[in-house]
Design a binder for this molecule. Structure first.
Ligand SMILES: [Zn+2]
Length: 360
């Protein structure tokens, strides 16, 4: 894709570095949205038709453990009806093993508390699957094969992570993972026992463990001629994100790198969105991957809905043209996630996208 560089400089928020702003004149803007909670086909069909009419290009359907166990065929039908409406479909590893981001509960961690979960540095197991455990690796191969069988455009790997208080199931004040598999692997690589303090080598080991885990699964997806999108957490300062994300940019299995800074969760301001968008766009440019930016469209307080428009504008200005929303109709169907005024939030969001698309 040909991109035109506009030669002027801006200062990144919180940064002392400068970058070029891009206008991707020939880049087609694509917008998508996460869709979840509803598994009733006729309602899904009506929603998918509406999304298409509103100008959406793709939908991300969540494929939780609950779906995997009980709704597999319903989801297959949902994929089909979405594609029939003219939408590209991606499946999201939402909350699987509590290792991927999201609210769903995990049955895997209940069954594999002793042989598949992460262990804190104090020896306590936690309800988060470990990417170095054979039990979780095997489970995710089965999940991936089931996802591939649905013949979608691709898989969305949703924020894989070790223990962190920034996630719903995270434990404050501790790090993971010191399970027997991680300790053994660390010792094999570094030739000393994994320390109780998370030093630089432990941090690198963890990043590489996440990458290696996704790489194995991503290879299955690529062999099926489907795409891999990887969501990288923005639950860290921009400087750290810029450093940590490098590991994943080198993965040839990944077609698209993605992130999204949810400023109200972080208790900061919407303007901070710009730094993450710029880092993502630059990283994708260097690694020849497509950037996809998720816009927070949930948990926005009444009166602050225009911040969504500003977030979209900041990301657009960074040069990114692939947008996704979390989530459908500003989360109206999930009270914990919903914006205070979801109708207004959704209306302003659509208006902003339509305005930008008209500029294309
Ligand atoms: Zn482990």
């Amino acid at each position: 894709m040909f991109a035109i560089k506009v030669k002027f400089q801006i200062i990144l928020f919180k940064f002392n570095t400068s970058v070029e702003i891009y206008t991707n004149a020939n880049f087609i803007m694509k917008i998508g949205v996460a869709y979840f909670a509803n598994r009733i086909l006729r309602h899904v069909k009506a929603d998918m038709q509406k999304l298409k009419r509103l100008g959406f290009d793709f939908v991300v359907h969540t494929f939780s453990e609950f779906d995997f166990q009980f709704h597999h065929h319903n989801l297959q039908d949902i994929v089909k009806v979405s594609q029939d409406c003219g939408l590209e479909v991606y499946l999201d590893s939402w909350g699987v093993g509590n290792f991927f981001g999201g609210e769903p509960f995990s049955d895997f961690v209940t069954k594999h508390y002793r042989d598949g979960c992460q262990v804190l540095e104090n020896g306590e197991p936690v309800f988060l699957a470990c990417p170095n455990s054979p039990a979780f690796q095997n489970y995710m191969i089965e999940w991936t094969q089931a996802a591939i069988a649905m013949n979608t455009t691709g898989i969305f790997w949703d924020e894989p992570h070790f223990n962190s208080p920034d996630y719903l199931k995270g434990i404050k004040g501790h790090w993971s993972c010191r399970c027997s598999f991680c300790q053994q692997k660390f010792h094999d690589l570094y030739h000393y026992d994994m320390p109780l303090i998370e030093n630089e080598e432990v941090h690198t080991f963890k990043q590489n463990s996440l990458a290696s885990f996704i790489q194995q699964l991503g290879r299955l997806v690529k062999n099926a001629a489907m795409k891999n999108i990887l969501f990288l957490t923005a639950n860290l300062p921009p400087q750290q994100a810029e450093k940590d994300w490098q590991t994943f940019a080198q993965m040839i299995e990944i077609d698209s790198l993605s992130t999204g800074y949810y400023w109200t969760f972080a208790g900061t301001k919407v303007e901070d969105t710009a730094a993450y968008a710029l880092i993502l766009r630059e990283l994708c440019e260097v690694s020849n991957k497509e950037p996809l930016y998720w816009i927070q469209n949930i948990k926005i307080e009444s009166g602050r809905e225009k911040e969504i428009e500003l977030a979209i504008e900041l990301v657009y200005t960074s040069g990114i043209r692939n947008f996704a929303l979390w989530g459908f109709e500003s989360g109206v169907h999930e009270s914990w996630l919903a914006c205070d005024n979801p109708q207004r939030a959704w209306r302003l969001t659509l208006k902003k996208f339509q305005q930008l698309k008209a500029q294309q």
